[in-house]
Design a protein around this ligand. Structure first.
Ligand code: ADP
Ligand code: MG
Length: 700
């Protein structure tokens, strides 16, 4: 690779310090190589000549053929401009110039035929082309030689510095004309390029900027996407290999006294095949002598809790303690209740530690924990505090982990000595495969893709204000059958006060139809004191209240099998993953459950598609795929901060096939050559050395 490519763009003739500053601030371009890798986002086909009578929008790129009229200079000083008309077969269009007027007056030839290219300016319906590219029509037109004009992203600052799309295209063209193929690096080994029919890097760069035809554009794009996804996956998987070689873990071999006893005599229901498969995967991890890092994905209600409990028993059987972290007190409580119930069957001591447990109670728990009398600790972030010391922590399970940051995970690690705890991360947020491979590429992934038997699909419908009475009647009928109802209002952080008013109004409205003493209602929102929240939730769990009016605080994990109706107000305001999570609160018992999405008539196109998707499917993975398509990977809940790598061209919501191919290839490579020491893999190592800064992958 020519070392010039790694130099700053300011080394390019004609680009000084101030231009290079703007290239960096606007586009993140530092080196010559960055500039070459700043790709056009589209092309204008110059084989096409447009009809002047067609409809054009402001900013459209157009090419017209016509005769140039006489030139006119208008205005003086600042406002001075040169204007002319291009007269075509069936119309004319204004051309206007603000700069280089004397030069243009000398060179333009009124009366001659020109091929004119530029961007339409639509000023109150009057069309003109400012600063068009003018070419005398003839056999050697530039336009005929190079059919596609690259269009690069542009900003006002770039334009001011003379670095707009056209200017940058010229800089890149000049640059490429001075470079030969051997000046370019080639990070993809030849055998890979042959297998996947990918052009060389130097051809790719030439084609992506100045393609001769559509095939060239497509092959260049394919190579760029492939390369991006390939190195991203190689980095992640290489880390995993390094991890396997470096991070030792405790070996959990024994399955008694607890696991087998519980499994053979106290299991409350037969496990689904999916649960069994996942347990096998976990068991094999725990016997390897390498620290486990596993993501357990399973839709709401798929039965992750029992898997978590059985995994804890494996730790306990081998003399270790286990802990389970939940993101909220309510959830920690629920886990505590279900796990305690299981644990009581085999006389195990489980404790709960949350922020609201203080004083003597807390002190006692901490002591017993340190002395090893507590086998299983369940709690919130409170578990991470320094004062919480385990005797020998062997397993940490986190529920809905994307709410735990990296620093917090590190804290958990420090609590186990000398070897780190095995980690099982549970999530009910289905993540599309492409994203999971990217975000958690260095975790092993287990998926519970089967619901416990007897579960009926939740029936979902969209209702509008006009259906209000019908909905109330439906609620009443359900309550009369002994069911319980959730009514959820959206909560938007900026206007918390207003939302609470909405909530109160909703509550009052419902209370008129369901008055005490015949009916009981509770309210739940984030601003309530934790005791009040717990009490309200507890009454609902116990079946003492019929209707729970709440904000999204009930979103995650809460389990009330007797609740069979979920009504979501202003459903059009919720994102898909939130809607899916909320709906997952019902359908947990044997009864037919319902989800009613109350919508206003004013719904955006995306909003409509969200509601339609919810009605069409109960499958969380399908919903996540739609969500990804609608919002793009960056916007998915909770994923924003999780360090999605920046991709220049590949799109995680579209390029699944390339990603899968690249990932499989990386696996094959690392199986054969885990340290990438074979000579044919030298370019791969070279890549990571060259782009050290891209190594949140931290490979070399
Ligand atoms: P989640 O994956 O959402 O955490 P849970 O673990 O809370 O799901 O399980 C949801 C419900 O399904 C619970 O009531 C649980 O007891 C029940 N359940 C879990 N696994 C099975 C199974 N294999 N057969 C029958 N019921 C099950
Ligand atoms: Mg759960």
């Amino acid at each position: 690779m020519n070392s010039f490519l790694l130099k700053g763009v300011n080394e390019i003739p004609g680009i000084g310090a101030s231009k290079s500053d703007v290239l960096f601030s606007e586009l993140g371009i530092k080196s010559v190589f960055d500039l070459l890798q700043s790709y056009p986002f589209r092309y204008v086909d110059r084989t096409q000549v447009h009809d002047m009578q067609a409809d054009f929008l402001d900013g459209d790129y157009v090419q017209f053929k016509g005769k140039l009229s006489s030139l006119q200079t208008i205005g003086v000083g600042h406002t001075k401009r040169l204007s002319a008309k291009l007269i075509g077969e069936n119309g004319s269009i204004d051309l206007v110039w603000f700069r280089s007027i004397p030069f243009l007056e000398k060179t333009l030839k009124p009366g001659e035929s020109y091929l004119v290219f530029g961007r339409i300016n639509n000023f109150k319906g009057r069309l003109s082309i400012p600063h068009p590219e003018m070419e005398l029509e003839g056999p050697k037109s530039h336009a005929i030689e190079s059919h596609f004009v690259p269009i690069y992203p542009n900003t006002e600052k770039l334009t001011k510095k003379g670095l707009d799309s056209r200017a940058r295209s010229k800089i890149i063209r000049d640059l490429l004309s001075r470079l030969t193929p051997s000046d370019f690096p080639e990070f993809l080994p030849e055998y890979i390029r042959k297998t996947y029919l990918l052009p060389s890097f130097s051809d790719t760069i030439q084609r992506i900027h100045f393609p001769k035809n559509n095939d060239e554009i497509n092959s260049a794009k394919r190579r760029i996407k492939f390369e991006e996804l390939f190195f991203m996956q190689l980095g992640l998987l290489k880390n995993q290999v390094n991890h396997l070689q470096k991070v030792k873990g405790n070996i959990f071999e024994k399955l008694s006294p607890y696991f087998l006893e519980f499994y053979n005599h106290h299991l409350p229901f037969p496990l689904t095949n999916a649960q069994k498969k996942v347990l096998k995967e976990i068991r094999s991890d725990l016997a390897k002598g390498v620290q486990m890092n596993r993501l357990l994905q399973g839709d709401v209600g798929s039965g992750k809790t029992i898997v978590a409990f059985l995994t804890m028993l494996m730790a306990l059987d081998n003399g270790f303690q286990a802990c389970l972290l939940a993101p909220t007190e309510i959830l920690a409580n629920q886990h505590f209740i279900s796990i305690s119930e299981y644990a009581s069957k085999i006389n195990l001591k489980v404790e709960l530690l949350t922020g609201s447990i203080r004083g003597k109670r807390r002190k006692a728990i901490l002591e017993e924990l340190e002395q090893g009398q507590i086998s299983i600790l369940i709690g919130t972030h409170a578990i991470l505090e320094d004062s919480v010391i385990f005797q020998n922590l062997g397993l940490a399970i986190t529920d809905e982990q994307h709410r735990f940051g990296v620093a917090q995970r590190a804290k958990l690690w420090q609590k186990a000595k000398p070897l780190p705890p095995h980690v099982l991360v549970m999530t009910a947020t289905p993540i599309p495969r492409t994203l999971a491979m990217t975000l958690y590429g260095d975790l092993d992934i287990s998926i519970i893709d089967e619901m416990p038997p007897g579960r009926k699909d939740i029936l979902t419908s969209v209702k509008y204000e006009g259906h209000r009475t019908e909905v109330l009647r439906f609620i009443k009928a359900q309550i009369d059958q002994g069911r319980q109802i959730y009514v959820v209002y959206p909560l938007i952080e900026e206007s918390e006060k207003m939302d609470l008013e909405d909530l109160q109004r909703g509550y009052d409205f419902l209370e008129r139809f369901f008055p005490p003493p015949q009916y009981h209602m509770s309210m739940l929102h984030g601003k309530m004191k934790s005791e009040d929240k717990d009490a309200a939730m507890e009454r609902f769990v116990q079946g003492q209240t019929h209707i729970m009016v709440a904000t999204t605080v009930i979103e995650v994990g809460v389990n009330v099998p007797n609740a069979s109706v979920m009504i979501i107000e202003n459903a059009e305001r919720f994102g898909l993953s939130a809607l899916h999570q909320l709906r997952g609160r019902v359908g947990r018992g044997a009864d037919q459950s319902y989800c009613i999405l109350m919508s206003s008539h004013k719904v955006s196109k995306d909003g409509k598609e969200r509601l339609k998707t919810m009605v069409a499917t109960n499958n969380g993975f399908e919903i996540a795929e739609v969500d990804l398509r609608l919002r793009g990977p960056g916007a998915l809940d909770g994923l924003k901060q999780s360090g999605l790598p920046e991709l220049k061209m590949a799109d995680l919501s579209q390029d699944t096939a390339i990603l899968t191919t690249a990932r499989d290839l990386c696996k094959q490579i690392l199986e054969k050559d885990p340290q990438l020491t074979l000579p044919i893999h030298a370019p791969l190592i070279q890549y990571f050395r060259t782009f050290k800064d891209k190594s949140h992958f931290g490979v070399v």
